[in-house]
Every structure is written in C-alpha cells, then in structure tokens.
Design a protein around this ligand. Structure first.
Ligand SMILES: [Zn+2]
Length: 309
C-alpha cells in the first residue's frame, strides 16, 4: 500500500496492466484500452453477474442483454453527443457501387484516407447500458412505474494505459422509471445494496458524490441550481491508486432526461423520471484481481464461494 502510493499514478497503471498481461488475464491489442479477456477474467465477470443479479430478488423484469450497438436515432435522443462528443463511437459502412469500391481500394493501397469513402450506418456504439432501454418504454407506465435489469457492452473513446479505463466494457444495471420518489428511492437503496455486495467480496469500497453528473454540462448546471438534488454517486475502490480510487459502480438519478425525449409518462400524465445503478463489470473484476491477487483460485474461500469460482 505505502509503496503503491509512492508511485506516480500513470506508472502504477502501466505496472498493473503489465502484470495482468504477463499473467495472461488480459491480452493486449495495438490500441490502448482494448483488451481480449481470458477465461479466468470471464469466470469472475460471470460470477459477479450471478451474484449481482441474485440481489434483484425477483423484483425486476427478466434480464435483457443488449448488443453493443443501438439505433442512431436512439443515440441522438439520449443527448450523449451534446455532453460527451469526444467519447462517442460512430459506425461507418460502405454503400457505393463498383466504381466507388475501386476508389476506396485505391485510397487504401496508396495509404490515403480510405474512410472518406464510408458513410454513417444506422447504428452507433452504445455509451451506457441503459440507453437502448428507453424507447421500449414510450407511452404511459403502469401504476408504480417499471423496474428493469439490463446488461450491455459500452464504448467510450478514451485510450489510456490504465487497465481500468477500457474503451469497451460491460455495465450491469438496475433501472427504475416512474415518479421522482420511486426513482430516488431505487437509486439510494441500490447504492447501499451495492456497498454490501462489494464490501462482502472483500473490496475496500466507499461512496462518494460524483463530480460529473450523468448528463454532462446541462446536468452540472442543473445540479448547481438544485443543490438539494445530488444526481450521481459513485462507489469507488483503489485499483492503481489509493489517493485516486476508481469508480466501480455508479448510481444515477436522471430526472426527466430520458422520460422527456422518449415520451415516457406516469399514470397521472407527468413526464416520467428515471434512475439507474450501474455495476462496472470489468472494473469490479480488476478491483478483485488487485485486492485478492491475479489467481482467482487462490482468493479467500468466502469470496470464491459467492462468485462460484
Ligand atoms: Zn444507466
């Protein structure tokens, strides 16, 4: 611990990344933040999924797994582009004729920018696991709102040597949609439940108010105007730095950020609010590997039992 705090954060990040790759837990690619996962890594992710999902206790609609892309128009309505344009991932494809294809190949062979010959597809990469959910909720919710469980791959373009800052990762979420009290209670209850789950796995976690609300600049202004409403909390855990622990789970109250663009209403005709708790599956796995060691079969038996490893 003491030795770790003496290392500059980026060195500590690169060092842990090298340990993970040397041990074969992750396989590096030519791009920072993009990794192939070993069966060892995946066994922890799947154990975590079972452990977290069991905590839902049947109070949620059946778990949905989302693909890593979502319709472009849904992405636009999520407003992510307005807040985090630098993190987005657009999907391009080729729609030209044979002559256009020849032009593309000529550019490729000449080392020119062949991507100029592509056009945007009708899909984008997902930024958050709950975004694909909201269009299915358009209309009037049942009394008491809805509670859902989802998991999906997310993409954020932020290349880094920090193994905890992957460009592609999974979030496992519990989402509530309904009136404000329902949503805030959902988030706050899940933050406490998440602290119990994660500390029960031996992780030295704590809850903090997050500096960057879920929906960026507009959210920061809103938060400043409504000081009584904290929108985002994070559960943090040291991975490569004790002073700057990593957020491994977040609890977000979105107000009507999704209810409004997706026309979701409560039974009394109000725009629905929403909230989600998002477990960062890769980050929790890395926190476990850092805390208990790179071989899950050597972890404390109580931890292995909970994850069925
Ligand atoms: Zn979410």
């Amino acid at each position: 611990m003491v030795q770790q705090t003496a290392i500059a954060p980026e060195s500590a990040q690169a060092e842990f990344r090298a340990e993970l790759i040397d041990a074969g837990v992750l396989v590096a690619t030519s791009v920072d933040g993009l990794y192939q996962r070993s069966a060892t890594f995946e066994s922890v992710v799947r154990g975590l999924e079972r452990r977290i999902s069991a905590e839902g206790g049947g109070r949620y609609e059946p778990l949905l797994y989302f693909p890593p892309v979502l319709p472009r128009e849904v992405f636009i309505r999520s407003d992510y582009l307005r807040s985090f344009p630098d993190l987005t991932g657009s999907v391009d494809t080729f729609v030209g004729d044979d002559r256009d294809h020849a032009d593309l190949l000529r550019a490729l062979d000449n080392g020119e920018d062949w991507t100029q010959h592509l056009v945007p597809a009708e899909v984008m990469l997902c930024s958050a696991a709950c975004h694909p959910l909201y269009p299915s909720l358009t209309g009037t919710l049942p009394a008491g709102g809805r509670q859902m469980e989802v998991q999906g791959f997310c993409f954020r373009h932020e290349p880094s040597v920090d193994p905890a800052r992957m460009q592609v990762f999974r979030q496992h979420e519990f989402v509530a949609v309904g009136d404000p009290e329902h949503c805030i209670a959902h988030r706050d209850e899940w933050l406490e439940r998440a602290l119990e789950i994660l500390s029960g796995l031996g992780l030295p976690v704590s809850k903090v108010v997050a500096n960057d609300p879920f929906f960026g600049r507009a959210g920061r202004m809103l938060a400043a105007n409504q000081r009584e409403t904290t929108l985002k909390y994070e559960i943090v855990c040291p991975i490569t730095s004790v002073e700057s622990p990593t957020a491994i789970t977040s609890g977000n109250y979105h107000i009507d950020h999704f209810g409004n663009p997706f026309a979701i209403r409560t039974t009394d005709g109000q725009t629905a609010h929403s909230a989600c708790i998002g477990f960062g599956m890769e980050r929790i796995t890395l926190a476990l590997l850092k805390t208990h060691g790179l071989d899950p079969h050597a972890w404390p038996s109580a931890v292995r039992a909970q994850l069925e490893i």
